[in-house]
Design a protein around this ligand. Structure first.
Ligand code: GDP
Length: 504
């Protein structure tokens, strides 16, 4: 029976010996139910802080011992026994107790976990006993906040804990684990080290102008700043695919009526969510569904149609469809391969081209700075029928787009399409081994850092006093420090940790 704490331990074990623990002996001891609400096989109450062991001794009776017998817990060993109410001596539940001495714990403080039977009443009673005996109720994310404050995790790693817990896909889980293991933090630190090197050279010459410190060589400064810029740019390049793996790929299914858009949505979902009828134009509104394709979370939107209409209800549908198409990462432009292309196909293509160039009206727009997407796949549907429209004719509508054949009548019929979608998203990851940046907060900080570094280079080549370069460099360092937490403000920490669950 392993707990979240022990899972995170192996990589921590060696570090724990090297890094001296800065545990604050005056900090409060906190307690929370660490398992989800409801009934389960096992439920865990976690207590962390300087009083954890004392509270444990008061509440825990090792099996085979009598009341009042001295008990010295062995760290990191499960002990069988009972939680008792020290006021009455009553047994509350039969438990396994894990006493864990700082600093080899999740919070780097003394931690005690009671693994009890997973009933809400039992867990609430054990928690109440911990609170009555010197602990206070933990705030959401407070255990992880302490891990961060005690130097066990940096901020990006702490956020990865949350991402890992809430991962909805295999790809998202892998990504979060890589971040938890410090991959992103290491890359950010590399950028910081380069920028810091440039700053240190400038400051040495400013602080000690009369001494033997030669003025920094501008070429060397430029090189160090360029190194930081390259690292930030590499991280930013992975930001878009990272977001997709974490939040899901937004796919809009577009095309004229009756080509099989709703059928395609259903085939990809393998359910019957959208109503499929042989009458053209019956899907009046957008239909959005979530699916997982090859381990990638996908938000599928079936659009009603993009062609302007006089019918007020259809007009709403058209507006929503256009917004969906515009905010999508990937467009599936569906064509009926069993019929010749007609004016409505051409009109749909024109509408799509217009979306790319149009200024959006009042519709929700994707943040244009996030990527070069949407990507386009031409889907020649009804491939089970004799082919009338070929790949070249399809490509005439959207030159350069990849063409995929599909048939929604069988599961096999959409396999090629599913493969094409996965290849588009994951192909890049496999090739480059990039560090993917999943969080919008991180991507935003990286973008701002890139701007400060560009400004630093410009100031340097502009022959302005080196003081000005150091201002830009400081700003870049501060911004990068927001990712790993060195320069995170209290507000930012509050915001991040309040999104955690209680007990984590
Ligand atoms: P939409 O208007 O583009 O959403 O199209 P629908 O999904 O409502 O499908 C229109 C018609 O085409 C329906 O009668 C479907 O059964 C039929 N259809 C859809 N996909 C296929 C396919 O792959 N092969 C064949 N033979 N018929 C299909």
């Amino acid at each position: 029976m392993s707990t979240q704490t022990t899972q995170l331990e192996p990589q921590d074990r060696e570090q724990a010996q090297e890094i001296p623990s800065e545990v604050d002996p005056n900090s409060e001891t906190i307690a929370a139910i660490a398992t989800p609400p409801g009934v389960g096989g096992v439920g865990i109450v976690r207590i962390s802080g300087p009083e954890a062991f004392a509270i444990g001794r008061a509440l825990f009776r090792r099996s085979g011992t009598v009341d009042g017998a001295p008990f010295e817990p062995v760290s990191h060993l499960l002990t069988h026994g009972f939680v008792i109410d020290p006021a009455t001596g009553e047994r509350v539940d039969e438990v396994l107790a894990a006493f864990m001495r700082a600093p080899r714990t999740y919070t780097r403080e003394d931690v005690l976990e009671f693994q009890a039977h997973g009933g809400p009443l039992i867990l609430r009673r054990i928690l109440a006993l911990a609170l009555a005996n010197g602990a206070r109720a933990a705030h959401p994310g407070e255990m992880t906040l302490r891990a961060f404050l005690n130097g066990r995790l940096d901020l990006a790693q702490a956020e990865a804990v949350m991402a890992l817990i809430s991962a909805e896909s295999e790809a998202g889980r892998r990504l979060a684990l890589r971040q938890l293991q410090g991959e992103l933090s290491t890359r950010v630190q590399q950028a910081r080290t380069a920028a810091m090197g440039a700053l240190a050279r400038i400051e040495a010459s400013i602080d000690f102008p009369d001494e033997e410190v030669p003025p920094p060589d501008p070429a060397e400064l430029a090189m160090l700043i360029a190194e930081a810029q390259a690292e930030v740019a590499r991280l930013l390049a992975g930001a878009d695919r990272g977001r997709i793996l974490r939040e899901g790929l937004r796919v809009a299914i577009v095309g004229r009526p009756n080509v099989g858009k709703s059928s395609l949505l259903n085939a990809l979902l393998r359910t019957e969510r959208a109503i499929v009828t042989p009458i053209a134009g019956t899907t009046r509104d957008t239909v959005e569904e979530r699916a997982s394709i090859g381990g990638i979370p996908v938000h599928l939107v079936d659009t009603a149609g993009l062609t302007p209409s006089d019918d007020p209800i259809e007009r709403i549908g058209v507006a929503r469809s256009r917004a969906a198409a515009r905010s999508a990462d990937l467009l599936l432009f569906v064509l009926d391969g069993s019929e010749p292309l007609n004016d409505l196909d051409t009109a749909a293509a024109q509408e799509l081209h217009a979306l790319n160039t149009d200024e959006p009206e009042n519709e929700t727009v994707r943040d244009s700075s996030t990527s070069a997407l949407p990507l386009m796949l031409l889907v020649l549907n009804k491939a089970d029928l004799p082919a009338v429209t070929g790949e070249q004719e399809a490509q005439a509508l959207w030159p350069g787009a990849q063409v995929v054949h599909s048939s929604t009548l069988s599961a096999d019929g959409v396999a090629a399409l599913e493969q094409a979608i996965t290849a588009l998203v994951l192909g890049g990851e496999a090739q480059s081994g990039d560090t993917l940046v999943a969080s919008a907060r991180h991507a935003d900080a990286l973008r701002r850092a890139a701007e400060h570094l560009t400004a630093a280079q410009a100031t340097l080549t502009g022959d302005l006093p080196l003081d000005f370069v150091s201002i830009d460099l400081r700003a870049a360092l501060e911004t990068l420090g927001e990712i790993t937490g060195e320069t995170a403000t209290g507000d930012l920490l509050d915001r991040i940790f309040s999104e955690f669950c209680i007990g984590k």
